[in-house]
Design a protein around this ligand. Structure first.
Ligand SMILES: Nc1ncnc2c1ncn2[C@@H]1O[C@H](COP(=O)(O)OP(=O)(O)O)[C@@H](O)[C@H]1O
Ligand SMILES: [Mg+2]
Length: 162
């Protein structure tokens, strides 16, 4: 199952993230794939706000710390694995405990550690288009993530931002 949409501004990217944050569930893993400046962190700002009411200004790429947790009924684990050498470094940060745990994990630069991701997950590729818009393509594996994508499509498919 796949779903794609385009955002035309920073606000629309945050809003799309918010909509995903409203429908993700315990145990969800969301890998974000896209170049520097694609809009990965911008999208996570929305997820953190939608899931746990985190103010969007508080969410930045955990580039040096690798992981930032946002507590809530369902905690959000925000990873930025850009600086990791590879999957071997993941043991040091207890990666599996998070992605197979009860929170929601969102991983920037997921392509760098793709083989370490759980088989059941959502992947979101973000592309910067020539006109500056961002093109998002979501794909999922596994029943839980399919159900989440279904709910996300119902919200996001309306393409009304605000
Ligand atoms: N649809 C969009 N149109 C224009 N700018 C956007 C859009 N989505 C996000 N941005 C901007 O792109 C910039 C880079 O986003 P960021 O989330 O930091 O990228 P990444 O984490 O992928 O490196 C930010 O300044 C953000 O406001
Ligand atoms: Mg980032």
């Amino acid at each position: 199952m796949e779903f794609s949409f385009t955002t035309k501004s920073h606000e629309e990217t945050v809003c799309a993230g918010k909509r995903l944050g409203k429908v993700v569930e315990t145990g969800c893993v969301v890998g974000l794939i896209g170049d520097l400046g694609a809009g990965k962190t911008c999208f996570v700002k929305g997820v953190a706000n939608g899931l746990n009411d985190v103010p969007v200004t508080e969410v930045t790429s955990p580039t040096f710390t690798i992981l930032q947790a946002y507590e809530g009924d369902v905690p959000l684990y925000h990873f930025d694995v850009y600086r990791l050498e590879g999957v071997n470094d993941l043991g040091d940060i207890g990666f599996d405990d998070y992605v197979y745990g009860q929170g929601v994990s969102v991983i920037e630069w997921a392509d760098k550690i793709i083989e370490a991701l759980p088989e059941e997950r959502m992947l979101i590729e973000i592309k910067l288009k020539a006109d500056g818009n961002r093109y998002f393509k979501c794909s999922v594996k596994g029943e839980k993530h399919e159900a989440v994508l279904d709910k996300f499509i119902k919200r996001q498919g309306e393409l009304i931002y605000g």
